[in-house]
Design a protein around this ligand. Structure first.
Ligand SMILES: [Ca+2]
Ligand SMILES: [Ca+2]
Length: 563
């Protein structure tokens, strides 16, 4: 049992008690015929003393309200090669990230995910050749230390990609293992004689042939031949990967984004969902977490478990802190694009219950819209800026640690192949660029960006960038919006053009309302049986929004927060 899980569990337990007594107070008030929420400072005196009747559980049970807070912050994913270049060679680097920390601080983020920065022969870095070295394109260890120090001074955490499922085929371990049958590294990989019978169905995750011939042998590489899978039944592999994780935490990193987390044992499409594979994956990540806890008990571990919530849940049991919520990203994008409510609170309530059970309350959700493996948001939304703003507004009002993919905040476009969803960040409105602009590849989707640049959008108060800054600021200011649970809220008269949900901590609650459509909407805000009346407009993205008595006027494509 690691200490981080223990402390979070305790906190959650305390909050649950607070929520239960709140519910009890409300339940008692309702039972006493006092359906109206008491005014502030005017608590029904009975709440402290009246025991609920033996049959009084229904108000609490029906409510199903638990405050399992998820204290979080907004994270920002950076592809270093494309972000900002400090030395004029056109390739982004670590000093370049440091140079742009103030931009990120002003955006309001509290965490950075660096895509792989370790030595690698590929442009993306997901095939490591030296787990202890910084990719020379990106700088030196001192540059990382400076970045960490400057980021921490600004209250920004930094995690980095760690790819443990496989190495590069050019890693010295693999070169020795494949060429030398007596190599001590032979058992670190899955290498068998060329004629040995092996599982030949598709590789999980890629569908391509999982085995690759080399001389008289063949080896397992489920993504491609250049990425041989490591053998996690070899204790030395586990020990080495834990040592590597500890090493980077000792340099000052705050945690890791763990690539291909379900593929450690999930190699084949025929076996990836068996209980044995689930248990083996879970046991490995628990061992990894325990090892890291020796150095940094609160290391943040977010895993790529590209699957449904039921597959994700076991990874949250004393192992990962978070797993990216892939299902949710699809639903947010669909709601924005189709201008139709997706009932987020209902579906998230179920997902979070599952995560909470698996993790004893210690998980943090990790919502996002897109990452380096997806076509970019603005391309998926056909360049429709109000839809992109709506997707952002939904993302940034979700529980957990929302992740923004660099360039998403200015509406950069991008479509596969992968190189073209990872294009240079656009800092300048002039297409000739300027200081720090990366040029390692020529842009295919953002070549004539103009307005799609940081420079242009910082000058425009209606820009997508300003919208992101606004929403993140709200989140940072309002504890319920940042740390609270999500709960359902029903209008008296249902309306699929709007999306409403409550965010609640034990002490505070707010109502989030999005008008997904291009038409104004007038809503009659009913009193919530659990959360009471929402009567004060706290924040709005649009000037024309107003709330009088309980009538809420929502301009097209607007988002408001009501208290
Ligand atoms: Ca450079
Ligand atoms: Ca594997």
């Amino acid at each position: 049992m690691n200490t981080m899980d223990g402390s979070i569990k305790k906190r959650t337990g305390k909050l649950r008690i607070a929520a239960a007594s709140l519910l009890l107070a409300i339940g008692v008030a309702v039972l006493a015929g006092c359906a109206k929420e008491p005014m502030e400072g005017e608590r029904p005196s009975s709440a402290q003393t009246v025991e609920p009747p033996a049959t009084s559980s229904p108000p609490i049970k029906q409510a199903g309200y638990e405050v399992d807070e998820q204290p979080g912050t907004v994270y920002y994913e950076i592809f270093v090669r494309s972000f900002y270049d400090s030395d004029g060679d056109g390739t982004g680097d670590l000093k370049g990230v440091t140079a742009k920390l103030d931009y990120l601080k002003e955006l309001g983020i509290g965490g950075i995910w660096l895509m792989p920065i370790q030595a690698s022969p590929s442009y993306h870095g997901y095939d490591t050749t030296d787990y202890y070295a910084i990719n020379p394109d990106y700088g030196k260890m001192d540059d990382l230390k400076e970045l960490l120090s400057e980021a921490h001074d600004r209250g920004i955490k930094i995690i980095m990609d760690l790819v443990v499922n496989h190495t590069s085929a050019e890693h010295p371990w693999f070169i020795d293992a494949i060429d030398n049958p007596d190599s001590p590294y032979r058992s670190w990989y899955h290498i068998v004689n060329g004629d040995e019978k092996v599982l030949m169905d598709g590789a999980a995750g890629s569908g391509s042939p999982p085995w690759h011939a080399r001389g008289d042998s063949k080896y397992l590489g489920i993504f491609w031949g250049g990425m041989p899978d490591l053998n996690f039944d070899e204790p030395a592999v586990r020990e080495e990967m834990i040592r590597i994780g500890q090493f980077w935490l000792e340099q000052g990193l705050d945690g890791f984004r763990l690539d291909a987390a379900k593929h450690i044992y999930g190699d084949f499409t025929s076996t990836i969902y068996t209980p044995e594979v689930t248990a083996a994956n879970q046991a490995w990540w628990q061992q990894f977490r325990d090892g890291l806890s020796e150095v940094k008990p609160d290391a943040y571990l977010v895993g790529e478990v590209w699957d449904s919530v039921s597959v994700i849940a076991p990874f949250l049991d004393r192992a990962l802190s978070s797993a990216f919520h892939f299902d949710l990203s699809d639903r947010i994008m669909a709601a924005a694009k189709n201008e139709r409510d997706s009932d987020f609170a209902f579906s998230l309530g179920r997902s979070h219950k599952l995560f909470e059970q698996a993790s004893s309350g210690a998980y943090i959700d990790a919502p996002f819209l897109s990452n380096h493996d997806d076509n970019r948001v603005m391309t998926v939304l056909d360049g429709h800026v109000p839809h992109a703003k709506m997707a952002a507004a939904i993302l940034l009002t979700m529980p957990g640690n929302p992740f923004i993919y660099y360039g998403e905040e200015i509406g950069m476009k991008g479509a596969k192949p992968d190189e073209y969803i990872r294009e240079p960040m656009i800092w300048y409105s002039d297409s000739n660029g300027g200081e720090g602009q990366t040029t390692w590849e020529s842009s295919r989707h953002n070549a004539e960006a103009g307005a799609v640049s940081v420079e242009a959008q910082l000058r425009d108060e209606n820009s997508l960038l300003e919208h992101y800054r606004k929403l993140i600021k709200w989140r940072n200011e309002e504890p319920a919006l940042r740390d609270g649970v999500i709960a359902e809220y029903a209008l008296a008269e249902s309306n699929s053009k709007v999306s409403l949900y409550i965010r609640a901590t034990a002490e505070e609650r707010v109502l989030v309302v999005h008008n997904l459509s291009s038409e104004p909407q007038v809503l009659e805000l009913a009193e919530s049986p659990i959360y009471g009346r929402f009567g004060e407009l706290l924040y709005t993205t649009a000037d024309g929004a107003n709330l009088e008595n309980s009538e809420l006027n929502m301009p097209p494509f607007s988002t408001v927060i009501v208290k």
